[in-house]
Design a protein around this ligand. Structure first.
Ligand code: ATR
Length: 272
């Protein structure tokens, strides 16, 4: 049996083991995915264990996505730019870090959005780690125009300075002009359980047919997605990002692209 590991703290709530074990079973390959709650002073030892031990690779989640970087032998260029690694692959004797969060999000988005990314004006709400990964992936798909708005405007401005083709607006400005965007993506935790009454942006000017995506999957349908749907938007929740980031990591470890529908069903079943 080949073993894979999720490193984070906390990890109790994570459905990655169920999702990856279903993917491996679906393909009939001998992989077993485990999760481990790692204390900060145990991170280095855990990464050493990956290098020397029985694991083929790992996922890294909160709070170690940045902290693990100096402990690896090599980091993929885009993960380096994002400043976060969510996937570690053992390549020979080397541990290599990748980030599949943003690329996973975009892969999921492309499945459902009617708008080609390279022809889209895209609004990103939020300027944290999740936004960074998604922006990097959208730009590598040649997004026509990416605009960021954030509760703390200075963070959006700092982020925009790092990339060409990224603009910023205030949340108020964005709210006045939502009809300019064909795709709107919430990358904040506003609206996540238990604060389900919150919305990161109000949708008064949203036009029907806009693609609205939320990286939150608890609740399944955030207030933002509910309101967007009422206004005739096409909506997608955070299950897509979770499943596709997992599928891309799985492909890096095994060389095989798994059955995403099976992974999605497994996750949805567990969340029900
Ligand atoms: P992550 O890695 O998940 O992106 P993060 O780096 O802490 O987490 O970033 C969280 C993002 O969600 C930020 O853009 C944050 O806005 P601020 O920069 O103003 O803090 C945003 N966010 C979190 N809670 C929010 C809320 N209740 N309303 C609006 N924005 C919120």
């Amino acid at each position: 049996m080949k073993k894979l590991l999720l490193i984070g703290n906390p990890v109790e709530q994570s459905l990655s083991p169920e999702m990856h074990n279903a993917a491996a079973a679906g393909l009939g390959i001998p992989y077993q995915y485990e999760k481990r709650c790692v204390q900060p002073d145990q991170l280095e030892k855990t990464i050493m264990e990956l290098r020397n031990g029985e694991y083929e690779g790992a996922n890294v989640t909160i709070p170690y996505k940045s902290a693990c970087i100096p402990l690896l032998d090599k980091v993929d260029e885009s993960a380096e730019k994002i400043g976060a690694v969510n996937t570690i692959v053992k390549e020979g004797s080397k541990l290599v870090g990748y980030n599949t969060d943003g690329t996973g999000f975009v892969r999921g988005l492309k499945e459902i959005s009617p708008f080609p990314i390279d022809q889209s004006h895209i609004l990103i709400v939020g300027a944290g780690g999740a936004a960074r990964g998604i922006i990097a992936a959208l730009l590598s798909e040649k997004a026509l125009c990416v605009t960021v708005c954030n509760r703390t405007e200075s963070k959006a401005m700092e982020l925009a300075l790092e990339w060409e083709n990224v603009k910023t607006v205030s949340i108020e400005q964005a709210e006045k002009n939502l009809d300019q965007y064909s795709i709107i993506i919430n990358t904040t935790s506003s609206g996540m359980y238990p604060h389900t009454e919150k919305m990161p942006i109000s949708l008064g000017t949203l036009k029907a047919g806009t693609m609205v995506s939320d990286i939150i999957y608890n609740p399944f349908k955030t207030l933002l997605l509910n309101e967007a749907q009422k206004r005739g938007a096409i909506i997608d929740n955070g299950i897509s990002m979770f499943v596709y980031q997992g599928a891309l990591a799985f492909e890096k470890w095994t060389g095989l692209f798994p059955d995403v529908e099976l992974m999605k069903e497994t996750v949805v079943e567990k969340l029900r």
